[in-house]
Design a protein around this ligand. Structure first.
Ligand SMILES: [Zn+2]
Ligand SMILES: [Zn+2]
Length: 136
């Protein structure tokens, strides 16, 4: 399958030649700020399957952690993806076109959750990272 996505103004577009490896909702304070939302839903991709198809010169990056850059459209501000050590390994699920054929499997960084948001589903919840997962 080919997954496609892009920003609100349509300048930046990408394709993924494969399926998502999973997805999760992150409630950390950085994701809440960066997305202007109660949480951010990230989906995991194989960096070798990801490519920008338009607007690459309009992508801005913010290094929110030593190894992590948040990539967004410099024209409309849409958050799009995150890279680790320069490789795209996560995309923002909300910017994907159509049905991405993956569903969030967990809530992470629930310890930083917005006090005004109540989690009402049955997905697993983790105070920070789930066991065995990387670093912020
Ligand atoms: Zn845009
Ligand atoms: Zn986060």
């Amino acid at each position: 399958m080919t997954i496609k996505g892009g920003c609100l103004c349509g300048t930046v577009r990408y394709e993924i030649a494969g399926a998502f490896a999973g997805a999760g909702n992150c409630h950390c304070s950085m994701c809440r700020k960066a997305h202007g939302a109660a949480f951010a839903t990230w989906a995991f991709v194989d960096p070798d399957e990801f490519r920008w198809t338009s607007g690459e010169d309009s992508i801005a990056a913010y290094r929110s952690s030593p190894q992590r850059e948040r990539l967004f459209c410099s024209k409309c501000g849409s958050p799009l993806a995150a890279s680790h050590s320069g490789k795209i390994s996560e995309v923002v699920l909300g910017a994907v076109d159509g049905d991405p054929a993956v569903r969030p499997r967990e809530h992470i960084f629930v310890g930083s959750k917005a006090p005004w948001y109540e989690i009402t589903d049955e997905l697993a919840q983790f105070e920070q990272w789930p066991p065995g997962m990387g670093q912020a």
